[in-house]
Write a new protein. Structure first.
Lengths: 620, 592
């Protein structure tokens, strides 16, 4: 779809507003053109020795009032519509961004996306709002003023417009030259800013090699060149900008001379002469603004093109629709933390696909689908991110329902990829990742993710209150459950000590949390919806050892009965797992219990030894 | 986001700042004064045009004097041409003045930044400093281009109009002026409201963009907790808020413009009615009435636009404040005044004497750390990460000053050294090789400057084993470095760094070995090059290579901010203390 059609598509819902706005503009132009006409009548009346001065003054006052009202109405309707268009585009953009995968966010930097969502959307408003006003108003003013001038004296009109072709020619030449020269200025500014950035980032080297004087020289050269280019642009602008005034002044001069002679000859009344001069002045502003109006149109369409690039990036592929299957209920022991799950265990043996039916709440428009449980299985899974080698290579293992499996391995061994595929942040190949015996690709994302408490490696918190952050996955969760989850994650007492407790806002202007605290908030967040499946990706990396042991104790009680997959490089976590899977360069190199793996003397045993030394050093 | 916080807009005029800005213009003072002289001329000529029209009507058109009308037309033309010339001159001269001042400010800022110590850069993000040097300086130019200068022009024009109106007909002038307070009050009211509502727009926009940015960064989390719908609702709320605020702002903005325009028309009506009467009684000529109409048209626009200029001035003032604030930041580390140590012959000894150091507050990185490296001795530093190894290197060149104790180079406290001399004596090779944009040769000459002979470069390249790297490049020494050297391999960059240090030829070397591994062939070259580099110099090496610790005269084991063990490799291993464990961890080949 062309950007212009796309823009029109966004304007369509506001056709009535734009119609009314254009109508008001036509009226406003008419009223404002009436004023010089009244001046003409009044002056001619005066020349006739009296006339209805008060009448004309009164009409002018009325016209002025009507003009103001019509102009206001046109601005409210059209600028308002432009703001609605901006609102709608932004709305669509956000909705679409929510459907895009992490792969998209890896290749598109936040800064670039922000610039589209902020600057480009605003450029679009400029087009749909003020741009539309200017376009209509310029058209009406040109047409109306020329008609009024023609009505007074066609010959004088032609004379007055004589310098205009010159204006058009000069403007084109000027625009071209300014474009060339300002590009040169922009390029040099780019070079200058690259130089400053390089200098600032390389400052340790600059200092070490006492390069300061050299750097100042080099910057000085670029700075001088920037000055020279800027002055070249300034010279062009200084020569051409006042040219507009000169040429419109020439029009005025012609009217004074030719029109004045018309009055002398009696072909023109004095009032007509004065009105003509006023009309000519009417034309000056739209002429100057014409360039802006056209540039604005171009910018707006370019902005639409850039926004469309995002809107046209395919989001989620169609979700599988699933027919309701028979419901089971699953045992979820919340254990010693004291929180009681809403649903009570009934059919614990079920290793089947679908668990627990919270049941369609009567009257609720959107019944939540039942949550999933069951074993997690990776079946001959190989996966590589776009354009890079294989992150996982023929990985097979199972997390039995209710069991805890820990995946360990060096950095870059593919641990995190397992979680990303399981939660369908990235799409696994068909037939490789299963939950409860069903390929995750056949499960709707929302249901899959609601069923799973997945804590990614990087604990991301929003600049909202602690309680909002913890309740992110289930806003309706009772406060007791929030507290219990925080307690399990080892946060309980700390939150009470924050300046405003649970209401403390995280982030720039609020509380700064340590890496470990952030991780624990993210952990608590994943526990709140009481999922039957927990996936924890290195959630203790920034938590100190003592705290880690404490959390592990409470977590073990909390995860009892849940199907849990833990990725970690801290082997202490692994010690008590039902099973340990050792990954190296994307392959499963060992599997077994802690004791068995230690005895076999492989990679796990070596990693274990390293961590012991580190522990000793830390305790030293 | 605080940088653009609308709440931060301060005063539009600050006499202290203005005096300082005036001081900055000193070298271009004549230019500024001259362009200021042109403003009254332009204002006078602009006001002359309606007056010429008046004369044309009264003396020639209404009396039928054809040659007279032509003479006036010629005068009008001359007036237009001179005006054009003056406008060109003013526009160009103010730009020249503004651009020169910006050029000077940028140069001053950049040079000032070069004098700052490392602690300053820890506090100031690169992005913020770049904003100072580039955008803030640019904003100050607005003072010249459309701010102060234009206001001077406006005020002159207004004054001229007032005088001319009074001369033409003082009664009619009074009628017009009677409306000025109404207009001024109305404009002030709506301007205030418009600014208030605009601030509302800015705050809401900042809120919306903040939310959006966070959503983009945390999209994976939103998707993982299946919260898309709820977030979209929150966003819709902010989006709607913004739209309403925008409309409010539009309302007041439009009222202001329509109000001024309407007022202008009301004055026309008033003039026709009252002035028409004056014409009938002969107190005013026709031409006078026409000139009056034209003057009032020009009278109201500057009053309306004063507010917009005020905003420009405000922004420029804030920028000026930031720029001067940066220029006022005294460099924390400077050479001592007079009698500074300016260099010593031979390989200097390095001593740390009871050094305490913290980057922030009481967070000690080094605590009572003492050691001595003899002249020409080769010392390797080992220890867990974050135990102060890099800090030792930084203190040796006075990138930071110690909190307590002393660092001595050649037996003299580094604070007694001339800073440049110290840094020429003590060379640093950081872990991450930083190459600058430019040719390979430029990067080698970095410290040695243009004085280095070509033979010296050749020799340094041969000694460091980097000659093969240069030979393999299509343009040899003239090869352009792109993207900070990322068009070269890791091994090539390290070899070039060694050559660069050789050419710099310091007597003391502090070296932070790269951790990233390179292919075996490059590794062998680097090892040989390093051996040459360290020969005959006092050296402190943060060791990541087995060969480095094995060939070191002594190894210092750093732990908890102190040297805990020292000795040769074999001795320390035999002790079975910290070192033996570290050795297994870092060099035992079982690292993660």
């Amino acid at each position: 779809m062309s950007p212009a059609r796309r823009v029109l598509g966004y304007l369509r819902p506001y056709t009535a507003r734009y119609g009314a706005g254009v109508g008001c503009l036509a009226l406003a132009t008419g009223f404002s053109l009436g004023i010089p006409w009244q001046v003409k009548e009044a002056i001619d009346g005066l020349r006739g020795g009296g006339g209805a001065l008060a009448f004309h003054a009164g009409v002018i006052a009325v016209l002025a009032a009507l003009h103001a009202v019509a102009r206001l109405a046109s601005r409210f309707t059209m600028l308002g519509a432009g703001q609605w268009v901006e609102h709608d585009v932004r709305h669509d953009l956000y909705a679409h961004l929510e459907t895009l995968s992490p792969a998209f966010y890896l290749t598109h930097r936040t800064g670039d996306l922000m610039s589209r969502a902020a600057n480009d959307v605003q450029a679009l408003r400029a087009l749909a709002g003020f741009g539309a006003v200017m376009l209509a108003s310029t058209t009406f003013t040109f047409a109306g003023t020329l008609a009024a001038m023609w009505a007074i004296d066609p010959r004088l009109t032609l004379w007055a417009l004589a310098p205009s072709p010159l204006l058009v020619l000069l403007a084109r030449r000027f625009n071209h030259q300014v474009a060339v020269e300002s590009t040169a200025v922009q390029e040099q500014l780019g070079a200058l800013s690259a130089r400053v950035q390089e200098n600032l980032t390389g400052m340790p080297v600059v200092r070490a090699y006492t390069m300061e004087a050299r750097e100042i020289d080099a910057f000085g050269r670029l700075n001088g060149d920037y000055l020279a280019r800027s002055l070249r642009l300034a010279r062009t602008q200084a020569a051409f900008s006042p040219m507009m005034g000169l040429i419109s002044g020439l029009g005025g001069l012609i009217v004074l001379w030719v029109g004045g002679m018309g009055v002398l000859d009696g072909r023109l009344t004095l009032g007509a002469f004065v009105a003509f001069t006023a009309y000519l002045a009417h034309l000056a502003w739209p002429t100057i603004a014409l360039g802006w109006t056209l540039g604005n149109l171009k910018r707006g369409l370019a902005a639409m093109t850039r926004i469309a690039e995002i809107l046209d990036t395919p989001g989620h592929v169609d979700e599988p629709t699933e027919e309701r299957q028979e419901a089971h209920t699953v045992a979820t022991g919340w254990g010693s933390t004291g929180a009681i799950p809403e649903t009570v265990a009934a059919d614990g043996e079920s290793t089947g696909a679908i668990n627990q039916d919270r049941g369609p709440r009567h009257g609720a428009p959107n019944p939540q689908p039942p949550l999933l449980n069951g074993p997690i299985e990776f079946r001959r899974l190989s996966f590589g991110y776009d354009g890079r080698g294989r992150a996982l290579d023929d990985v097979s293992f199972t997390v039995p329902e209710g069991a805890t499996v820990v995946v360990v391995g060096p950095t870059g061994s593919g641990k995190s990829t397992l979680g990303a595929l399981l939660s369908r942040l990235y799409e696994p190949p068909p037939g490789t990742v299963f939950i409860g015996g069903r390929d995750v690709r056949e499960l709707p994302r929302e249901r899959l993710r609601r069923s799973m408490g997945y804590v990614p490696q990087e604990a991301f918190l929003f600049s909202r209150s602690i309680s909002d952050n913890v309740a992110l996955g289930d806003e309706t969760a009772p406060e007791a459950r929030l507290r219990a989850s925080a307690e399990t994650a080892g946060l309980g007492s700390e939150i009470e000590r924050f300046p405003e407790g649970w209401a403390t806002v995280v982030g720039e202007r609020g509380l700064t949390l340590s890496g470990g605290q952030r991780q624990r908030v993210a952990l608590a967040r994943s526990l709140v919806p009481e999922p039957a499946i927990l996936v924890l990706d290195d959630v203790f990396s920034a938590v100190d050892a003592g705290k880690e042991a404490e959390i592990l104790r409470s977590l073990r009680a909390a995860v009892a009965g849940r199907t849990t997959l833990v990725m970690t490089h801290r082997l202490r976590v692994a010690q008590e797992a039902d099973r340990i899977v050792v990954l190296d360069e994307g392959r499963v190199v060992e599997q077994g219990t802690h004791a068995a793996l230690l005895a076999s003397g492989g990679l796990y045993a070596r990693l274990w030894r390293i961590q012991q030394i580190e522990q000793e050093l830390a305790d030293d | 986001m605080t940088e653009t916080d609308p709440e931060l807009l301060g005063k539009a005029y600050d006499s202290r700042l203005m005096r300082r800005l005036w001081g900055v213009t000193r070298p271009h003072r004549r230019l500024v004064l001259f362009s200021m002289l042109l403003f009254p001329a332009v204002a006078a000529l602009e006001l002359l045009q309606p007056w010429l029209t008046k004369i044309a009507i009264d003396r020639y058109i209404l009396t039928g004097d054809w040659p007279g009308l032509s003479r006036i037309a010629a005068a009008y033309l001359a007036c237009l041409l001179v005006l054009y010339g003056l406008r060109v001159a003013i526009s160009y001269l103010t730009q020249v003045a503004g651009q020169q001042v910006m050029h000077d400010l940028r140069a001053a800022l950049f040079a000032h930044l070069q004098r700052q110590g490392a602690a300053f850069f820890d506090r100031s993000p690169v992005g913020r400093l770049m904003t100072r040097v580039l955008s803030d300086v640019e904003a100050i130019n607005e003072l010249f281009a459309s701010g102060a200068m234009a206001v001077v022009g406006d005020v002159l024009t207004l004054g001229g109009i007032v005088v001319l109106m009074l001369v033409l007909n003082w009664e009619l002038a009074m009628v017009t002026f009677a409306l000025v307070p109404v207009l001024a009050a109305g404009a002030a009211y709506f301007r205030l409201k418009a600014r208030e509502s605009y601030r509302g727009v800015r705050t809401r926009l900042a809120r919306l963009n903040g939310f959006l940015q966070e959503s983009l960064q945390g999209m994976a989390v939103i998707q993982l907790v299946a919260r898309e719908r709820r977030e979209a609702e929150l966003f819709a709320g902010l989006n709607g808020d913004l739209r309403r605020a925008q409309f409010r702002s539009t309302f007041f903005d439009s009222m202001l413009y329509a109000g001024v325009e309407g007022m202008g028309s009301a004055v026309v009506a008033l003039l026709l009615w009252y002035g028409g009467g004056q014409v009938l009684t002969g107190a005013l000529t026709f031409g006078g009435l026409v000139a009056f109409l034209e003057y009032t048209g020009r009278f109201f626009l500057p009053i309306r636009d004063l507010g917009a200029k005020y905003t420009v001035m405000q922004a420029a003032t804030v920028s000026a404040e930031r720029v001067f604030g940066l220029l006022d930041a005294e460099p924390g580390i400077i050479s001592p005044a007079g009698g500074a140590v300016a260099g010593l012959p031979g390989a200097a000894a390095v001593e740390f004497r009871n050094v305490w150091f913290a980057y922030e507050g009481e967070d000690w990185v080094l605590r009572d750390c003492s050691f001595m490296v003899a002249g020409g001795e080769r010392v390797a530093l080992v220890g867990p990460t974050g135990e102060g190894k890099s800090t030792i290197v930084r203190l040796m060149t006075r990138a930071y000053d110690v909190s307590r104790g002393q660092v001595l180079v050649g037996g003299r406290d580094v604070r007694e050294w001339d800073l440049g001399a110290l840094r020429r004596q003590v060379g640093v090779v950081p872990q991450e090789v930083f190459l600058f944009t430019g040719t390979v040769e430029d990067n080698l000459r970095v410290g040695a400057g243009a004085a280095a002979q070509n033979e010296e470069i050749e020799r340094a390249l041969r000694t460091s084993r980097a000659d093969r790297v240069v030979a393999s490049l299509p343009n040899g020494l003239r090869q352009e470095i792109r993207e900070r050297g990322h068009n070269l391999s890791q091994g090539q960059r390290q070899l070039l760094a060694i050559a660069r240090a050789l050419l710099y030829n310091p007597s003391v070397l502090a070296l932070d070995e790269a951790t990233s591994s390179v292919d075996p062939e490059s590794e062998a070259l680097i090892r040989a090059g390093l051996e040459e580099l360290l020969r005959g110099r006092t050296s402190v090496v943060i060791a990541h290579r087995l060969s480095t610790i094995q060939t070191a005269d002594r190894i210092f084991v750093l732990h908890r901010g102190q040297v805990r063990e020292s000795g040769r490799h074999a001795e320390l291993l035999a002790q079975g203390g910290l070192y033996s464990r570290l050795y297994e961890l870092q060099f035992g080949g079982i690292g993660p």
